[in-house]
Design a protein around this ligand. Structure first.
Ligand SMILES: [Zn+2]
Length: 310
């Protein structure tokens, strides 16, 4: 049976450890860095019952809800209004979010491999994708590429290693091989996303030879983009809302778009003026806002440009 260290609700970062019978590497799987991303949270709870301890080489550490304060508030962030995914490496004596980041950084430093699972949360819907930083260490980068392939989602996105504050930046600094994933959102818990995340983690365990078995990715030909431009991979900076209002997305996820295409419109609820939000890029829509109420600067869309294909 997996061991639940000290009682899950007694720890800054509650975790479940599954120690295999043979020594080997440590894989850390984190969900709930944002408290309203339920597919990943359910997937990691279910993984605790699915990893075959008797066949496991090494150790799996599962963090099903990294951000308990945010989860309790049914929110992306906790009471201190800090985004945990911008707070790494954190502070031991800081606010609750800074303390969680500090503790997670320790867990990352103790691991060999990291998978960080997300969704669009209540506000956004994101096309299934798996990503990594284009780190300078070629050995780590090649391992990240293989992990991403094994995870088996339709889009693989390598982005700049220069973003700070993330679990992936803590992993980069510690030389830990790391990927993250996104799947859906909307504040519910779509079972297709849960299943995709469980299957992806189990395929990665096989790919890094911690569990026996073949790696049969569901995606024979994923759409692979590697883009190391500054701010690539920074979801929240794309198509910021020009003002507050009511937003309605007009096109589906994974649709192809061209410059000038209508992505949605924003209604000013005081003047009843409509502002059409148009694409300035050519590519694939990978994120759209689905929570209608928006504040100035909220992300309305992300387009993955048809950059260099691998
Ligand atoms: Zn997230």
């Amino acid at each position: 049976m997996p061991s639940v260290d000290e009682g899950l609700n007694q720890m800054t970062v509650p975790r479940i450890t599954i120690q295999g019978n043979q020594d080997g590497p440590t894989l850390l799987i984190i969900a709930g860095i944002h408290g309203d991303e339920y597919e990943s949270i359910e997937a990691v709870h279910r993984l605790a019952e699915m990893v075959d301890q008797s066949a496991l080489v090494g150790k799996v550490v599962l963090v099903p809800i990294a951000n308990r304060p945010a989860f309790s508030r049914q929110s992306r962030i906790g009471d201190d209004a800090l985004d945990l995914a911008r707070t790494f490496p954190g502070h031991a004596e800081g606010t609750s979010t800074q303390q969680i980041a500090f503790e997670l950084t320790r867990l990352i430093e103790e691991a060999d491999f990291l998978i960080d699972l997300h969704t669009g949360g209540q506000a956004l819907e994101i096309a299934p994708l798996v990503g990594y930083m284009l780190v300078a260490d070629q050995t780590v980068l090649d391992r990240q590429r293989r992990m991403a392939q094994a995870f088996g989602l339709p889009i693989i996105w390598g982005t700049t290693p220069q973003l700070e504050g993330r679990s992936l930046s803590a992993a980069r600094d510690a030389g830990v091989t790391a990927i993250y994933a996104e799947w859906g959102g909307g504040g519910g818990c779509q079972q297709a996303g849960v299943e995709a995340y469980i299957a992806g983690c189990l395929r990665v365990l096989a790919a890094i030879e911690m569990l026996p078995g073949h790696v049969e990715s569901q995606e024979e030909r994923p759409f692979v983009v590697e883009d190391d431009r500054e701010q690539s991979g920074h979801l929240q900076r794309n198509y910021p809302s020009p003002h507050a209002g009511l937003y309605r997305a007009l096109i589906d996820l994974q649709a192809s778009v061209l410059p000038g295409d209508e992505l949605g419109y924003l209604l000013d609820v005081d003047t009843l003026q409509k502002t059409v939000i148009r694409s300035s890029q050519s590519g694939q829509l990978i994120t759209r806002r689905i929570l209608p109420a928006v504040n100035p600067g909220d992300c309305l869309a992300v387009i993955l440009e048809n950059a260099e294909l691998q």
